[in-house]
Design a protein. Structure first.
Length: 502
């Protein structure tokens, strides 16, 4: 604890984002160029170094937050980097993308404002690269074992890096034309500039990880053949099955799945297209869904020059404070304003969200293009539409950001490897190993197929980037134990672990 009175005398001061009008004129990160030092070091001094740091419980990675807060306060960036990397392969991703449940679990949150943990993490991560601390860590010797990792999102990359560093020969297979999964094509550049992803991939290449792009395992390449060529397989294909909205008019042109739209927008940033294939420019846009993907769509349509934008959320508007049913240290459902909402407010002067609303149907013109959306308010319980509140709003472009139901089903990958679904609709992990948690929590990552392991959203369902990385690390530990008989790799979570809930 660097300053025992820091939390009493220093108020919370987050790193400010760039002005709204400035960042709406480009695709750079909202914090690009904003000075973090010495502000972050001062804020790190607010950490109380609690006897029981509940921020550890708020983060599935088990990040050693009080420790790297203390080093950041002293300006010892080497020690801070070592402590941060001890539990997190990619802090530059989590420091930018994670909604920071650790802050809601901070002990200060009981009656004050939490430490700006996310800002401190991002500052340390940036110092890691600026000071050359992210040097490749190739293994001292090779094990002679080979592993195929299917999927290159945060779970797949974390598993691959961990397994490579302990000496296994790892090849990552990605069906897209570039490595990164949703980090590449699902997250807009204003949240994560792709240079951060590219330099991690280069670090992994230097360590010995091999990458194979444009290979759809189960279709382009038989999964059984792949498994026969490798000693183990880690499946980290994510939860990419997109939920649908089965209402009249869904077949009209101009209605797109959010992830398809974001992918096309990101391909412009990658240089594949000069202009977006689907653009919001000059259009009345309606985004259906109130989660992070909907917020990403909002920031994107604003930068593309939408004439107007409305975001519909079927849930009631949350309050500004925790409810009694969501006590500290759980992550509460409170009214939150993302950077995209802030940008929309700055342009329109009002929040673009309409809460407690359900879409009844779409209306089109003679060319079968969507032109309007019919909606109604919903009852607080049961979410049944109140037909007396039915009304119509203009819509030239509709984006469905309804979340994901799990991994894509009935695929060649599933059939060829004999994968099954659990009761949550995710790839099942062998229940026989769940009982062994007391002996080896990592082993529960196994499927019923020998040598095949599940990591990330494919086995957990739609979740946060920190859970994906934690899953990748745990699956790597399970795979290493299977290949070597024992492992020194950490397993921060087991498949049955869930976020803190009341």
């Amino acid at each position: 604890m660097t300053d025992p009175y820091g939390f009493l005398k220093t108020p919370r001061r987050p790193v400010p984002a760039r002005p709204v009008q400035e960042r709406l004129s480009d695709w750079n990160e909202v914090y690009a160029g904003q000075a973090r030092l010495p502000l972050v070091s001062e804020q790190a001094g607010r950490c109380m170094d609690c006897g029981i740091p509940f921020c550890h419980s708020g983060c599935p990675l088990g990040n050693l937050i009080p420790e790297w807060n203390a080093y950041a306060r002293k300006g010892d960036w080497w020690a801070a980097a070592e402590r941060l990397h001890a539990t997190n392969n990619f802090p530059e991703f989590t420091g930018r993308l994670c909604p920071a449940p650790c802050e809601d679990a901070c002990v200060l949150t009981i009656n004050a404002d939490p430490v700006t943990i996310k800002n401190v993490e991002q500052a340390i991560a940036d110092q890691i690269w600026a000071r050359g601390y992210a040097t490749p860590q190739p293994p001292g010797r090779l094990s002679g074992k080979t592993v195929a990792v299917i999927g290159s999102g945060p779970a797949g990359l974390a598993a691959a890096q961990q397994l490579t560093r302990v000496g296994h020969t790892v090849a990552v297979y990605e069906r897209a034309d570039r490595i990164g999964g949703l980090l590449r094509y699902g997250i807009p550049a204003f949240k994560l500039e792709k240079r951060h992803l590219d330099r991690r991939i280069e670090q992994m290449r230097a360590e010995g990880t091999r990458f194979r792009t444009g290979v759809d395992v189960g279709s382009d390449l038989d999964a059984t053949e792949l498994a026969e060529r490798h000693d183990a397989v880690v499946i980290a294909v994510g939860a990419t099955g997109q939920r649908e909205l089965p209402v009249p008019g869904r077949e009209l042109y101009g209605i797109h799945q959010a992830m398809d739209y974001l992918t096309l927008a990101n391909r412009v940033a990658e240089g594949d297209h000069d202009v977006p294939v689907v653009t919001a420019e000059g259009k009345n846009v309606v985004i259906i869904g109130g989660g992070d993907t909907g917020s990403d769509c909002l920031g994107t349509v604003l930068r593309q020059g939408a004439a107007s934008v409305v975001q519909l959320d079927i849930n009631p508007e949350p309050g500004d404070t925790r409810r009694d049913t969501e006590p500290w240290p759980v992550y509460p459902k409170v009214y939150r304003i993302s950077h995209a909402h802030e940008e929309a407010r700055g342009r329109e002067g009002t929040d673009p969200r309409v809460f407690a609303s359900a879409t009844l149907s779409f209306e089109g013109d003679r060319s079968d293009h969507v032109r309007a959306l019919r909606l109604a308010e919903v009852e607080p319980k049961g979410r049944r539409p109140r037909l007396e509140t039915e009304h119509v709003i203009p819509a030239d472009l509709v984006l469905l950001a309804l979340g994901f139901f799990g991994p894509e089903r009935d695929t060649g990958l599933m059939r060829q490897l004999g994968l099954t679904l659990d009761d949550r609709g995710n790839f099942a992990r062998n229940a026989a190993y769940a009982a062994e948690r007391a002996k080896s929590a990592e082993r529960t990552a196994r499927t019923g197929t020998v040598g095949v392991f599940i990591a990330g959203d494919a086995g957990r369902g739609q979740s946060l980037v920190v859970w994906a990385i934690a899953e990748g690390r745990s699956a790597a530990a399970a795979t290493d134990r299977y290949l070597s008989g024992s492992t020194v790799l950490p397993a921060p979570i087991a498949p049955q672990d869930r976020p803190l809930v009341a």
